[in-house]
Design a protein around this ligand. Sequence first.
Ligand SMILES: Cc1ncc(COP(=O)(O)O)c(C=O)c1O
Length: 465
Amino acid sequence: MRISSFLTKKFLKSLFFPAHNRGAALPKRLVKLLKNSPGIWDLPELPEIGSPTSKSGLIAKSQRKLSEKFKVKECFFGVNGASGLIQSAVIAMANPGDYILVPRNIHVSVIKICASQNINLIFFDLEYAIETGHYRPITEKWLKNVFNKINFNKEKIVGIILVSPTYHGYSIDLNPLIDLCHKKNLPVLVDEAHGSYFLFCENLDLPKSSLLSNADLVVHSLHKSLNGLTQTAVLWYKGDLVNEQKLIKSINLLQTTSPSSLLLSSCEESLNDWLNKKSLSRYQKRILEAKSIYKKLLQKQIPLIETQDPLKIILNTSKVGIDGFTADKFFYRNGLIAELPEMMTLTFCLGFANQRDFLNLFEKLWNKLLLNTKKSKSLEVFKSPFKLVQAPEIGIGIAWRSKTQSIPFSQSLNRISGDIICPYPPGIPLLVPGEKIDIDRFNWINNQSLCNKDLVNFNIRVILK
Ligand SMILES: Cc1ncc(COP(=O)(O)O)c(C=O)c1O
């Protein structure tokens, strides 16, 4: 089968990203554009259009309007996902040899840019819920403990990244944490890939958007948490701690010379659509419906996990002795396609389309799953193997460039990794280059491999002795 043939395949229900639900919730203006003669919109960087870093043209104008609206210094559309803009933000904050502080639930894009740019990482651990296998959001108290463990005079720490909300939608007010960072003169990049729509929903008792906080840089994935096409994203620039010219240079460095005009238009429309009163009230209705779906499923005794993002429906399959991967296969076979299977849970993303028929279908399949699936008594996630603050044994850039050999993971105990081990989704690394595979890490990864087929009998590249 050709890719093009697969792209129009119909599923009973697609509850994965992009959040426009296979076109159902695309902004009307974008739908109109796509209805034109095929490909007519595929234009190069004509002077009238410009690019995200040019001073004139339609893109610059649109970015300027949005910056004024949200009272930020500047914003930049991106066509290589939140990944690309996060990477630009990282190299705007840090030079080769510098250190940045990152949480253990950091997205793999950060690891890759640090490896390639020789930027050193110091990880801080997060609270980890054994019942779900999910990281909890970081609190002010936790961050204070992290800071107490760090000798800020020793390493040149030049920035910190916070992830909020998490993939599952856990979130907390970041302002007190950002204040703590600013007291140390650390610029803060917030990876808000999953929370773009919070910006437009202050009235719905959702987490406060980081854009309204005192963060220095915020990245939104427009296809994950607004109605953009895949790859669309936006970077918001605030504060005085990151140099503007360095930021623009960094965006230019990683950006293609031929950004897609369709994707750039999608960036603009996905944001502007939420500024339109009629569309906004439709989307807000979807969010209220999602809250009601959650409540109704709970009333039916379906084990769900609550997070701060109503658009994520998270089934705690472990409560009935079923792992999330097995449940995922079952739902997939039955036409209900989820976003994120994990050992204890399965996450569905409702997106912005009307999900009226979801409730009954979900309940019916859940009952069928219970009847037809073998249950296991011994589902458990191992305790986090991480120290509160920990840097890789060898600098990530050095490890990335070292000579390595490929060996079965089962033989890798006490070796230094030359690899990134990172199941996707969610794109959170279990191990990065330069880290030692000590007994705790070894057991923890082995434990995860019990259900995750990506990790079964896999090989790993370790640094040659
Ligand atoms: C927390 C987080 N940040 C960033 C990204 C990257 O987003 P994108 O797919 O838009 O590059 C992801 C993607 O999974 C993510 O989960």
